[in-house]
Design a protein around this ligand. Structure first.
Ligand code: CTP
Ligand code: MG
Length: 249
């Protein structure tokens, strides 16, 4: 990071292991259009709603201090009931999301506690995230300012133009990036404010930070940390959870 940026964000000189106040922003305000009519966040996997699995992962994580859920307005009531039924004590707010994912992220960030030093932004549609992935990414962001879990891509990826292969990037350099993406709270707030002001197109939260010229540390992701997008993803996540519970008991 440049000297100017580090002064701006007072982020230089963090030591490994330093414990910072972490706000988890759980994004649950999407329309789930690719699920063709099923509400993916309330669909049950291994007997419980997807959103419950996601919230439990953050509730149980010792590095997380508060949870903010960003939701569709018509679902705020149901989510409130679910939070009290399951006793998720770290959830401080359930707020109404925005039109695009990045709008929902911004709204969630603005609701974070004034004590917030780190923001862990996570898709509610990734219920299989593990404690290891969450903790490692939060610790990396505490040390390096920005971190995200990634897994090496398994397929060969090609750049295609007009139906023809334009080139084949070296697969060894390609990673699929997951969530939670974790940042110093002041950095991601500044980065997203810039994105919204300039109407820049970003496909994930890291990209907003990359645009400021900052580097993002990649932590060990998990191939099972899939995002439920289409109906078959529900079948896969359900099967993985059932397999996990066999090994846990
Ligand atoms: N999300 C959000 N606010 C939006 C759009 C998305 O909080 N305006 C959340 C979704 O609820 C989801 C996550 O961002 O947990 C990732 O988005 P995606 O998988 O694309 O979910 P949806 O947008 O709901 O699905 P689709 O794109 O198929 O409509
Ligand atoms: Mg979407």
């Amino acid at each position: 990071m440049s000297g100017l940026l580090s002064k701006l964000f007072k982020v230089s000189g963090r030591r490994k292991g330093e414990r910072l106040f972490c706000s988890a922003i759980i994004l649950a305000a999407g329309r789930g259009e690719r699920m063709r009519g099923r509400n993916k966040l309330f669909a049950e996997i291994d007997g419980e709603p997807v959103l419950v699995h996601t919230l439990r992962a953050f509730e149980l994580c010792p590095e997380v201090d508060e949870i903010i859920v960003v939701a569709r307005p018509e679902e705020i009531g149901n989510i409130g009931v679910l939070i009290s039924d399951y006793g998720f004590s770290k959830v401080s707010k359930v707020v109404r999301g925005g039109e695009k994912r990045q709008d929902s992220v911004y709204i969630g960030l603005m609701e974070a506690s004034p004590k917030s030093q780190l923001a862990a932004i996570h898709d509610a549609a990734r219920p299989l995230v593990t404690q290891k992935v969450i903790s490692e990414t939060i610790k990396a962001a505490a040390q390096f300012n920005a971190a995200a879990p990634g897994v090496p891509v398994k397929d060969t990826v090609k750049v295609v133009k007009s139906g023809e292969v334009a080139n084949t990037p070296d697969r060894a350099t390609l990673y699929a990036i997951q969530t939670p993406q974790v940042f110093k709270t002041d950095i991601i707030k500044a980065a997203l404010t810039d994105v919204l002001r300039t109407k820049a197109e970003v496909t994930d939260d890291c990209m907003a930070v990359e645009k400021l010229g900052l580097t993002v540390k990649i932590t060990h992701g998990d191939y099972e940390n899939i995002k439920i997008t289409t109906p078959s993803d529900l079948i896969v996540t359900d099967a993985i959870l059932r397999e996990r519970s066999v090994y846990e008991t």
